[in-house]
Structures are given as structure tokens and as C-alpha cells.
Design a protein around this ligand. Sequence first.
Ligand code: AMP
Length: 125
Amino acid sequence: MSYVYDPENIFARILRGEIPNKTVLETAHTLAFHDIRPQAPVHVLVIPKGAYVTFDHFAAEASAEELVDFHRTAAEVCRLLGISPGDGAAGYRTLSNAGENGHQEVPHFHLHIFAGRPLGPMLAR
Ligand code: AMP
């Protein structure tokens, strides 16, 4: 695997405090914040603080501590926002775009969490 991380991408700049964000939750290894152009009533991005480009890059190279922290933080975001079916809510969708065919705009791995309305079929055809 060979990924080159661009340290000037917008999420790297958010992590360095150069650009403001609307934080939902922050931990030692993970930041969750509201998307600047929300595509649903709830649209939150969860990112690792480490320099990973895509989901597969993160999954392959992050430490166990980073991996657990990322997933537990995403789960905590679902709990905080009251969107988990496990809490009786109507649910949500997670999605992560990678590369050109995945239409990834920001080359720092991120998980989108959408909720707050019926989200329709998985992919537009
Ligand atoms: P993707 O196409 O999966 O790479 O998604 C990138 C997402 O980042 C889009 O939903 C953008 O609206 C969002 N985004 C870009 N810049 C910012 C920013 N400064 N703060 C929050 N979200 C952003």
C-alpha cells in the first residue's frame, strides 16, 4: 500500500486549529464535527487525528488504540445526537468516500454520519 498524505488538506488544517469547526466530540485520537454543507438535518464527520487518506489506509496502518477510539467516538456521537436505533431513534447512515470513483473531496479519512430524515436507497442510480 502506498499513500501520500497531503498535510495541507482542509481537515489537517482543522486539526492544527488553523480553520474553525463546530465540534461535536473530541478525544485523544479522534475529532467529530458538523459538516459545513450538511446534506441531512444531521451531518457529522468523524476523523482520526492521524494522517490517513482513506478507510483502508486507516484500517491497515492505525494502532489498535486509534482504531478503537475512532469507532467508540463515532458510536458516542450517535448516542449524543439521539439517532441510534438502539435508543429507539429512527436511525442513520454512515458512509466513507475513497478516491476518484468514491468521489472523495478531502484526502483525509472521514466517516460521514447522516440522520434526521429518511435517507432513501443506498445509492442514487
Ligand atoms: P468527501 O466528498 O467524502 O471527501 O466529503 C468531504 C466533506 O467535507 C463534504 O461533505 C464537505 O461539505 C465537508 N467539508 C469541507 N470543508 C469543510 C469544513 N471546513 N468544515 C466542515 N466540513 C467541511
